[in-house]
Design a protein around this ligand. Structure first.
Ligand SMILES: *[C@@H]1O[C@H](CO)[C@@H](O)[C@H](O)[C@H]1NC(C)=O
Length: 349
């Protein structure tokens, strides 16, 4: 639910970055995303600037479009830059401004970044428990702020000046986004889902997204590090790494969903060698799932939540599943029998 006030605030975003009526703004993001609709389209209307609206983001057409339409401002969000950096360099574009709003979920609502990139919006960074995947509460039940230089969960106070109207028709989603009784009785905060670090000059840096790190055997596993190691293999197109719950085990066991390159086969022996060579044992994915197609979110992030929910049960998943059998030093088929032995504890993880 977006209020008029949020629309107006969002529309001031391009102006705050120094864009003018002479600018030509290239928008490739989906319009249901507030960065595109409020900041991009709203910002163009506010300035009286020109908007080049692309039906769908295309990395290969991006720079030639910028050239063709004399684009001066582009919007950046999520993984966009990573896709663009892998494109050949195009010279002679007029692009001078790259606009990112830092808070991608609640986006245009809160932040008024200065040219220097410092943010002025009501926020706090609180201590986060990776094991339980929730903010840490002290013995009195309150959350605690992190020290400078420490990673914490970015939250933003909800009040009359800074309202959050929730998701239309979805009370459960709305409630999941809110934290109550954070520092004192009756207070309410918006949970951005982003872990950030603030340095001594008060610059804020993105550290991780909740869900991109999980704990196994008391160690933090960064999913990106694991997938970076897997995609080094020449038969792997893409790897999406996440943690899944195993009954009677603390933390989350690593699982990798893989997309193979065309006309290649999954070489389990090489896969095993790769992970044990380049990763500490706690970070080696215990489960592999081979998919035909990677599901992406609207902003080009890998979709994880459904995969996490589906877990590693061969009775309900039709994709091929494999299990890292340490006793055999190999990845083996995850059959129903193996699955049962894991659940009953006959196979030790
Ligand atoms: C882009 O700029 C050039 C040079 O100023 C101009 O000739 C051309 O018509 C412009 N293209 C568009 C699509 O406006």
């Amino acid at each position: 639910v977006i209020s008029q006030m949020q629309v107006l605030k969002g529309a001031a975003g391009l102006w705050a970055f120094g864009a003018t009526a002479d600018d030509i703004i290239y928008i490739t993001l989906p319009l249901y995303h507030s960065a595109a609709s409020l900041l991009g389209i709203g910002g163009c209307i506010e300035l009286g600037a020109t908007c080049v609206l692309k039906k769908k983001f295309s990395a290969s057409q991006f720079w030639s479009d910028c050239q063709k339409y004399n684009v001066t401002v582009i919007q950046y969000i999520g993984e966009l830059c990573r896709y663009l950096c892998s494109q050949p360099v195009v010279s002679g574009t007029k692009v001078t401004l790259l606009v990112k709003k830092l808070l991608n979920v609640h986006a245009a609502n809160h932040c008024i970044p200065t040219v220097a990139g410092i943010l002025f919006f009501p926020f706090d960074l609180i201590k986060y428990d990776f094991q339980k995947d929730e903010p840490i509460r002290n013995k009195h039940g309150w959350c605690e702020k992190v020290k400078k230089g420490e990673a914490g969960l970015l939250i933003s106070k909800v009040n009359a000046k800074n309202p959050f109207f929730g998701y239309a028709g979805n009370k459960r989603h709305t409630e999941k986004k809110l934290l109550c009784e954070v520092f004192k009785k009756g207070d309410l905060y918006f949970n951005t889902g982003d872990l950030m670090v603030q340095d001594h000059e008060n610059f804020l840096y993105f550290w991780d997204r909740i869900g991109d790190t999980f704990r196994w055997k008391g160690e933090n596993v960064a999913t990106t590090e694991v997938s970076d190691v897997i995609v080094m293999l020449d038969f792997i197109q893409e790897a999406n790494v996440y943690g899944v719950s195993v009954p009677d085990h603390e933390g989350k066991a690593g699982m990798a969903s893989l997309i193979l390159k065309q006309n290649t086969l999954l070489d389990l022996e090489q896969m095993y060698k790769q992970v044990v060579t380049y990763l500490p044992s706690y970070a080696c994915p215990l489960f592999l799932r081979v998919q035909d197609k990677m599901e992406m979110t609207g902003t080009f992030k890998q979709q994880k939540f459904r995969l996490v929910d589906e877990g590693f049960n061969p009775a309900t998943i039709t994709d091929p599943l494999y299990f890292l059998d340490n006793s055999r030093k190999a990845y083996v088929f995850l059959t129903k029998e193996v699955h049962e032995m894991i659940l009953s504890g006959k196979i030790k993880l």
